[in-house]
Design a protein around this ligand. Structure first.
Ligand SMILES: CC(C)(COP(=O)(O)OP(=O)(O)OC[C@H]1O[C@@H](n2cnc3c(N)ncnc32)[C@H](O)[C@@H]1OP(=O)(O)O)[C@@H](O)C(=O)NCCC(=O)NCCS
Length: 339
């Protein structure tokens, strides 16, 4: 493995390499929590790499439990290169040995997780060979370079919304009036009810799970979001009935995810759901336009969100709205399952 002093050199070289791979990637996180397992490859110049392993357990009843396994073993790998597959392969072999000595890694509700830069394509074949599945993506949209956002009027929303363009084209036309409005404290139950549908939909794709406490956890999350003076949470109503939700965190609340991206300030979109009967008519596009307008006007440099890599609705939708992959979460479940 790399000696302690040598690790600093690996971090510096890895940082230079990563900037070439993707200018939105941050530098290596030296302060990230980890279990202290010595994981490193080298010292040959061809495969210099260090990694950290974090053992993470979800709080009982927390919303985190719905986004994945209850116990997660998470690897952050820093590869200086130039031989990325060789360095990563050595790290994964060492990590497998480390996890083999950790009790409980064969239990059902556990996962081994590697969060890998999406554009670092040289690691993909190695991750597949070790038995990891690319299940989730953290995607980023950089704000348009505008000094001041234009005034928002219903006409400008209609004109600029991607929904407006395609209502004239391939989109479905639905009867009844659609109204997009901000959600308030009185909407906690409506927001939680729409939000649980995101979890139910996404649970088809391998990482997300509805738990017995999910609805209660979503109510608590919604109450926190809606306690803000002007929440970044919007509802769409058709003839007065709530049919869609978009909920986002302003930069102050998105501090937990901000270190994943080089630009600041960063906002985070937590939940987006459109009722099945409403999909394809531009409702999702209208909500996103509303959110982007607020974020751009607030000077947000980058908006982040997670989507499930296998969700056939969200992947093209977010791509259309300016998001591109930043980090891909590769998982093996249970944690001992990678080979
Ligand atoms: C992803 C989602 C929010 C998009 O909302 P939406 O209201 O369908 O979005 P829009 O109508 O603005 O755009 C959907 C696109 O699919 C097309 N589409 C056409 N018919 C469709 C249909 N029956 N269902 C879905 N999309 C359809 C639309 O034309 C549009 O494509 P375009 O941009 O090329 O015009 C919605 O599908 C959804 O709630 N999915 C389930 C939950 C989910 O995936 N949430 C996101 C988690 S990250």
């Amino acid at each position: 493995m790399a000696a302690p002093g040598q690790a600093d050199g690996v971090f510096a070289r890895a940082q230079r390499r990563m900037l070439g791979v993707d200018p939105l990637l941050p530098g290596p996180r030296l302060d990230a929590p980890h279990c202290g397992a010595p994981l490193g490859a080298g010292p040959g110049a061809d495969a210099a790499a260090v990694a950290r392993c974090e053992h993470w357990t979800a709080e009982p009843g927390s919303l985190d439990l719905s986004w994945g396994a209850a116990r997660r073993f998470q690897l952050s790998a820093t590869i200086a290169g130039p031989e990325v597959p060789a360095g990563l392969s050595q790290l994964l072999t060492q990590w497998r040995g480390h996890l083999a000595g950790v009790p409980g890694t064969g239990e059902e509700d556990t996962a081994a997780i590697v969060t890998w830069p999406s554009r670092d394509a040289d690691g993909v074949a190695t991750l597949l060979r070790y038995g990891f599945d690319p299940l989730e993506v953290l995607a980023a949209r950089t704000a348009p370079r505008r000094r001041a956002a234009p005034a928002v009027t219903p006409a400008s929303v209609a004109a600029e919304s991607p929904a407006a363009e395609s209502l004239a084209g391939s989109r479905r036309d639905l009867d009844g009036a659609l109204r997009v409005r901000r959600a308030w404290q009185a909407d906690v139950d409506v927001v939680a009810r729409l939000a649980i549908e995101v979890i139910r939909f996404d649970s088809r794709f391998g990482a997300v799970n509805e738990r017995p406490d999910t609805l209660a956890a979503l109510r608590q999350e919604a109450a926190g979001l809606l306690a803000e003076p002007e929440p970044w949470t919007w509802l769409a109503e058709r003839d007065g009935e709530p049919v869609a939700l978009l909920a986002a965190q302003r930069p102050a609340a998105a501090h937990w995810i901000a270190p994943m991206v080089r630009l600041a300030p960063a906002a985070y979109l937590m939940l987006m759901f459109v009722h099945p009967a409403e999909r394809g008519s531009g409702t999702g596009g209208r909500l996103v336009a509303e959110y982007h307008r607020a974020a751009d006007a607030a000077g947000v440099a980058v908006t982040l969100l997670h989507y499930e890599q296998l969700n056939p609705l969200s992947v093209p939708f977010w791509s259309r709205h300016g998001y591109r992959p930043l980090w891909t979460t590769w998982q093996a479940t249970p944690a001992s399952a990678f080979r």
